[in-house]
Design a binder for this molecule. Sequence first.
Ligand code: AMP
Length: 549
Amino acid sequence: MASGETGTVHAWVEVAEAIRATRARTQKNAALTAYLRVLDDADLPIAARFFAGDVFPRHDARTTGVGWAIVRDVLLAISGLDPAALSEAYVAHGDLGDLTGTLFADRPPSGLTLAEAQVFFAGLAAAAGPKGRRTLVHEVLARAGALEARYLVKLLGAELRIGLKEAQVEDAIAAAFGRPIVDVRRAGLLRGDVGEVALLAKHDALATATLSLFHPIGFMLAQPLATPAELVATLPEPFAVEDKYDGIRVQAHVGADRVVLISRTLDDVTVSYPEVAAALRALPAGLVLDGEVVALETEPADRIASFRTLQQRLGRKKPSADLIARVPVAYVVFDLVAADATLVIDEPYRDRRRRLAAFEWPGPTLRLAPTNLASEADAVETAFAAARAAGNEGIVAKDPGSPYTPGRRGKTWIKLKRPLATLDVVVTAVERGHGRRHEVLSDYTFAVRAGEDDPTLLAVGKAYNGLTDAEIAALTTRFEALTVERRGGWHRVRPEVVLEVTFDIVQPSTRHPAGFALRFPRIVRVRDDKPVAEIDTLERVRALAGGTT
Ligand code: AMP
């Protein structure tokens, strides 16, 4: 690659295609490493960010505001296809970027530079409305070559799908500039911008990175275990035991004059929980907290309410004063990620908790989760029963000596939930999946029988998870043969395939004919041993919704 050409989108795309073409991590790493090394200081951060699937630094609140509708309009205008043909082609590809590349096939590279691409994305973020954004997208795509367009659209969708994770971009940065990977990772956690980290690595300045607040830091995750005995066998004694709150995980960043709440999906949810954001202002600046937002009962006040109650708040981006009064929420804090704008993740949990305990917790809306030490299965059992009685989901036990490991499911946090109930159901409709699953029928709508003597099938949910690729491939063949009606990637199938599914809870639903829906359904196994006539009935679903198995 001659220098001067390295800073084009096309040169970036060639590397992306090389990474996509191989499954071998070492080859992906080699391609990326060689490329990053030759970029100049202006292009390096842009290129690195793009490989992480980001068009802006993570701590930057800007978004392009371009969704499927705008891209579709532009593709219709440029390609001259009719909307139905475009939808059909989209279903066939399962990825808008890949579809764009196909529509633009044979168009040569335009010479668009990385800097121009960056200006394009910034322009979208600054555009006043969808019309302005559509014009910008049209201008750039009308000019772009097939591969450039393919990847610009993928970047707009924030997903490259070339089998590259952000951690691998960090690996390549470390390799490209000969820096220890731990230094690169740490700078990444602190800065929240892989582009800036690449530049720091290049100039041997990783050690100068300080914490920038307001960008998501990966959440530490818990490992599930089934019994108190297993838990005792896994954690060193004594271990910390806490209630497992059934709400939504939130990371709170407290600055001098700004508070930001970040969800598990890494979205900024600050405006959704104004009472939490307001309460956090009472705490010192420079904190990053980890905890759960839960709903509260209004009567008796301050008692934690069920997830179902919280759902009334989840659907609302900006809750009305009335909704806030009817469904108040609280933030229950259980960990500390940073204090005084310094990461404390390497300190043992007991020390992080000690720091948390020293703050003044203002009250019901913002509280510290109680934690107790336990050593034996009996004590775990008692804590579990108490947590359930208090309306919580179960317990989480933690190794007091463990560091906070962002983004990892370690063996130092163990969750214990009630034993899972399962339902035997039959598949009534199937759909193609997304991404690498768009070739197979991997999304299953399933139903139960209306009653012991009523064979009517009532849908209660849709599951995507739990089966291996081989099982999905085998089911795809079966479902093709069972198809009775087909619309795009959707098939109605003869109800013959019985699945055993598990789920978190059963809740009332107006969307499903059964009047109930399963939350987070997962497939346990295909039950070829069970005839459809013997699958579960609506009555059992109703019993599960009421809490009696
Ligand atoms: P699960 O969502 O079933 O994978 O369980 C892990 C989740 O439990 C975490 O992501 C948190 O959202 C939630 N959680 C509730 N209470 C706690 C707690 N005391 N400590 C850690 N995680 C908790």
